[in-house]
Design a protein around this ligand. Structure first.
Ligand SMILES: Nc1nc2c(ncn2[C@@H]2O[C@H](COP(=O)(O)OP(=O)(O)O)[C@@H](O)[C@H]2O)c(=O)[nH]1
Ligand SMILES: [Mg+2]
Ligand SMILES: [Zn+2]
Length: 293
């Protein structure tokens, strides 16, 4: 018996990377099904390491997990966001950031396709980048010297790259690790043919940084949050810093007087764009609640 990490799941079987770099295949014990436990890619497991038809005996406690993509124990998720084609919208990026905050997965941001901006547009976009850096998210862009910076983010960490189809995930990962040979533009082609592609999540090794990465299919823009609307402000780190400073307890930062968040927006210490996303999400969630109650 050894302890390893699940790097791929294939209809009931799991590929597990063991401590010595070997990869073995195993099945989940029947007990897991009874207790409704399902092994996830990223799980640390105890497994039979003698052959390729052994069992997974134990799933170690997870530090976090995502439902879409189904993956556990992430050190970081990098949200790949195009600045053009499609055009950047803060709403979609903020939605993904909130989902990661709620799942307790540290986030990072990669802005792709910077080369499609004019000099002037690029100068304007610098303020968007600065806003997210100020919040504390690591931000990388497609036209800077890659290797050094990515080394800091990826080294010894399990990182998933998420973002809309066409954002540039596979392109980036091929640049970071030329041996991967991921198909570029693959999903969008399939979509235009009207095909339904559900690609599997797998962890790919990047020996250079002694780490694993996952190139995952797009994040759906119709995703709904599954936490109470009153938790929403906690998932904006820059709001969290002002906790308890609003005049009213239970302030939701929409219409209340003496709201520290709204004041910070006026002062420019919280970006208007982020507050705008907060209001949009708040209203969507609050309305939904009334409708279905
Ligand atoms: N101009 C430009 N095009 C890019 C860049 N990154 C990706 N693309 C293009 O965007 C399209 C989608 O890229 P892909 O990596 O397949 O996106 P994915 O769906 O997120 O994996 C492809 O046609 C890429 O060539 C970039 O930095 N600059
Ligand atoms: Mg891709
Ligand atoms: Zn408030």
């Amino acid at each position: 018996m050894k302890t390893g990490r699940i790097i791929r799941s294939l209809s009931g079987y799991y590929d597990i990377a063991g401590p010595d770099g070997e990869v073995l295949r195993a099945r989940a014990r029947g007990e897991f099904r009874k207790s409704k436990q399902k092994p996830l890619v990223g799980d640390e497991v105890d497994f039979d390491s003698q052959s390729n038809d052994g069992f997974i005996w134990k799933i170690h406690p997870r530090k976090n997990s995502l439902v879409r993509p189904p993956i556990a124990n992430l050190d970081r998720a990098v949200i790949v966001t195009a600045v053009r084609e499609p055009n950047f919208t803060a709403n979609l990026l903020d939605r993904q950031l909130v989902a990661l905050e709620a799942a307790k997965v540290p986030a990072g941001i990669y802005f792709s396709k910077m080369d499609l901006l004019t000099e002037e547009e690029r100068a304007d976009f610098a303020s968007v980048i600065a806003d997210y850096q100020k919040i504390g998210y690591p931000v990388l862009v497609s036209d800077q010297d890659e290797s050094q910076q990515w080394g800091n983010i990826l080294k010894d960490q399990v990182t998933v790259f998420m973002g809309q189809t066409g954002a540039g995930k596979s392109t980036l990962l091929n640049q970071l690790c030329p041996g991967l040979g991921l198909e570029v533009g693959e999903v969008s082609k399939a979509l235009s043919r009207g095909k339904h592609t559900t690609r599997q999540v797998a962890l790919l090794p990047i020996p250079k940084w002694q780490t694993w990465i996952a190139d995952t299919p797009g994040f759906s823009s119709y995703e709904v949050f599954d936490f109470p609307v009153t938790d929403l402000d906690q998932y904006f780190p820059e709001f969290r810093a002002l906790r308890g400073q609003c005049r009213f307890r239970g302030c939701v930062h929409i219409n209340e007087p003496g709201c520290a968040i709204k004041e910070a927006v006026t002062l420019g210490t919280i970006s208007a764009s982020r507050y705008n996303s907060y209001k949009t999400f708040y209203n969507l969630m609050a309305n939904k609640k009334i409708k279905y109650r």
